[in-house]
Design a protein around this ligand. Structure first.
Ligand SMILES: [Zn+2]
Length: 461
């Protein structure tokens, strides 16, 4: 990598955001292409607001996208509006805008997303189409009233160009892919995908579905895909008036093997799916933070016997920041550490974040100067660690005997199943992330709580 570039899109002058009304000539600006969801956005009728707030909003969003932010937060705080960018799961302060201007930016974002700018006391959701550096993005906007006409804004960035569907595209390990193939090949049983909100559960569900060999098995979709498209999956339109049972009977006559369902949310539909789970294989999401929680929910809905009989596995993932390839440092791990991590003793190298420069050497480069690629963060992007709960015979006993989360976890380890922690160590061994980052991710209140320093920094005020 070359040294810091003058026009690098990653490092716009933070002072330009969003205090100045002048266009930064050397930083490309985002293009707004109208609201999503068939909403309207009347800029002409709001000319005064546009005049005050359009350019600051444009600069803020351009800055966020150039820094790969996946969430942008605007929050009223002590007479100002604090702006934060969430990058690779870590929130960084970006700016604090004086109250009136901040309030205008909030209104401008609502206008662009097709929300009602006169309503400041109801939570609203919308979105806008944008393009930045020739890449299309959908920005999903939520406005949340916080009292006294003040509102919080949350913008979620959806890069329309990055659509991940295949196992290798998210680093889904080969041994887990084989397990999915094994389970779906039986043409029976339920495979569930779960995880906390905003952790890529739907992407993971799509990937799990695409583990199935499309040349050997026929996969049908019964889920509402919204704007998504699936590869090698046949659409199946249920007839009006047909209930789920009738639809499954019809789909069985079409010789379906695997069915992709909408997320499981009701006991009734879940019951029907499990009733048919001896004749069809199912892939669906369930809203739960982890497999143990998903199992508890299923037991409440349909009873423990059905769960033990029909459930095959529950898959989840955790996103961990990836070490910057340009500045990560190799080190030789000692045998004690390797043993503790369960890594083979012949492992000769692991990686860690670069050590900061010696504080007593004024000529030493700062950590930001050491790497132009990550500006010293020193992480860039994220990788996933995976977990797969499997309903083995010994696990069935654990579930029937109470299914406590601790007992489930113990049995997963005893069975040698893939847990998040175990898979995170695989990422460390592959040099994709550091032990420190794994510890920070799994123990957010622990000693490594503070994320590594680096951009973006709050502007000097
Ligand atoms: Zn770096």
């Amino acid at each position: 990598m070359a040294g810091p570039q003058k026009n690098s899109p990653k490092k716009p002058d933070p002072k330009s955001v969003p205090d100045s009304q002048e266009q930064e000539p050397d930083v490309e600006q985002v293009l707004f292409q109208g609201p999503l969801f068939d909403r309207e956005c009347n800029l002409k009728a709001n000319a005064k607001l546009v005049q005050v707030a359009l350019i600051p909003v444009k600069q803020m969003i351009s800055d966020a996208l150039s820094r790969r932010a996946h969430t942008i937060l605007l929050e009223p705080r002590e007479g100002r509006v604090a702006i934060r960018f969430v990058i690779d799961g870590v929130a960084y302060p970006s700016a604090a805008v004086p109250g009136q201007k901040g309030a205008a930016m909030v209104q401008m974002i609502k206008l662009l997303a097709g929300l009602d700018i006169n309503d400041r006391s109801t939570a609203q959701s919308g979105g806008m189409k944008t393009e930045y550096e020739k890449i299309p993005y959908h920005l999903m906007v939520d406005s949340i009233p916080v009292g006294g006409k003040a509102e919080k804004i949350r913008i979620k960035v959806d890069n329309r160009k990055i659509v991940r569907q295949k196992p290798q595209e998210i680093g889904f390990p080969e041994h887990l892919k084989s397990k999915i193939r094994h389970y779906t090949a039986e043409r029976s049983g339920v495979i569930l995908i779960c995880g906390p909100p905003d952790t890529g559960v739907t992407t993971l569900a799509t990937v799990v579905l695409h583990c199935v060999d499309p040349y050997l098995f026929s996969v049908f979709n019964l889920a509402d895909l919204n704007v998504r498209e699936l590869i090698n999956v046949a659409e199946f339109k249920p007839e009006a008036g047909h209930d789920l049972e009738f639809t499954f009977e019809r789909i069985i006559r079409r010789e379906a093997d695997v069915i992709y369902m909408n997320p499981l949310t009701s006991p009734q539909d879940t019951q029907t799916i499990f009733q048919f789970a001896d004749r069809l294989s199912y892939v669906a999401e369930i809203s739960a933070n982890n497999p143990a929680e998903a199992i508890r929910k299923l037991i409440e809905w349909i009873g423990v016997d059905e769960v033990v009989k029909g459930l095959r596995c529950v898959v989840t993932q955790k996103l961990i920041r990836k070490l910057c390839d340009d500045c990560k440092q190799a080190f030789r791990p000692n045998p004690v550490l390797l043993k503790k991590l369960g890594l083979p003793p012949e492992t000769s190298v692991l990686y860690r974040a670069p050590l900061p420069p010696p504080p007593d050497d004024p000529k030493a480069q700062t950590i930001e100067e050491m790497c132009a690629d990550c500006d010293g963060v020193p992480y860039h992007g994220r990788v996933a660690a995976f977990e797969m709960f499997e309903m083995t015979d010994s696990m069935k006993e654990v579930i029937v005997n109470g299914a406590s989360p601790e007992a489930i976890r113990r049995q997963m380890i005893a069975d040698g199943q893939t847990t998040l922690q175990k898979d995170a160590i695989r990422l460390v061994a592959q040099g994709q992330t550091s032990l420190e980052e794994v510890q920070r991710t799994f123990n957010p209140g622990g000693p490594n709580k503070k994320p590594a320093t680096g951009r973006p920094k709050p502007p000097a005020k």
